[in-house]
Design a protein around this ligand. Structure first.
Ligand code: C5P
Length: 230
């Protein structure tokens, strides 16, 4: 049995819509992801709604700024109830180190997660920014840097699980989006894997949005993913 946990992405405009989804999905899903779409409109209310239902929250705001600003932003995120927060590895080692130093002691269970390379970027887009190497090489390099500065894990595609686990060890937490149960619509995702494949490879968390939130029977869709993770 895998320990892979399911995080459902609440990519909607309002807390009201998010709450309907959470209630339809039911008690079996513990983790939810709030991203820029919902947070920018509704802010803390979205977290309060989830906390009132005793859910765990991945606040996916991908902070990227000077070290002090990101460290303080993460502190704010944890103070409003986030259990997992992320920031861009591209912000550099000092930014990650200061963020961990300021927050890890006060919130020992919080997961401080780096984003390596956006899956929308290919080698040419990286070269344009002066970043050398294939996306896989850059992911490995950035993940190693994030780990050595105290981050607890990274967001990565399922195709990168092997290289990151090999480089950073099995305790380093991997949060994996781009998951599609067999037979469901691919939407705009390019490099996908099924829940069971990602679990077998060692994903610690999988992020699933539309295959659950757009399903006719959302509870059954979530249950099917949870069943695959067993
Ligand atoms: O609906 P879907 O399952 O494609 O949603 C995936 C979620 O994971 C979205 O919120 C998306 O922003 C996020 N994500 C992603 N790929 C990344 C990073 C985050 O799909 N590389």
């Amino acid at each position: 049995m895998s320990n892979t946990q399911l995080i459902v992405a609440l990519d909607v405009d309002s807390v009201a819509q998010a709450e309907v989804l959470v209630d339809q999905i039911g008690p079996d899903v513990v983790w939810y992801k709030i991203g820029k779409q919902l947070f920018t409109r509704e802010g803390v209310a979205a977290l309060k709604m989830l906390k009132s239902k005793e859910k765990k929250i991945f606040l996916d705001l991908k902070f990227h700024d000077i070290p002090n600003t990101v460290a303080q932003a993460v502190k704010s995120a944890l103070s409003i109830g986030a259990d997992m927060v992320n920031f861009h590895a591209f912000g550099g080692s000092e930014m990650i180190r200061k963020t961990v130093e300021l927050n890890a002691q006060e919130h020992p269970d919080a997961l401080l997660i780096a984003v390596t390379v956006l899956t929308s970027m290919d080698q040419q887009a990286l070269a344009e920014l002066g970043v050398a190497g294939t996306p896989a090489e850059v992911v490995k390099r950035f993940a190693g840097m994030a780990k050595s500065n105290g981050a607890h894990g990274v967001v990565c595609s399922a195709l990168e699980i092997d290289i990151v686990k090999e480089a950073c060890g099995k305790e380093f937490q991997l949060i994996v989006p781009g998951i599609r149960p067999a037979g469901s619509s691919v939407d705009d995702q390019k490099r996908i894997m099924t829940p069971s494949q990602a679990a077998e490879k060692g994903a610690d968390y999988i992020v699933v949005g539309r295959p659950i939130t757009k399903a006719d029977d959302k509870k059954a869709a979530a249950a099917a993913v949870l069943e695959e993770l067993k």
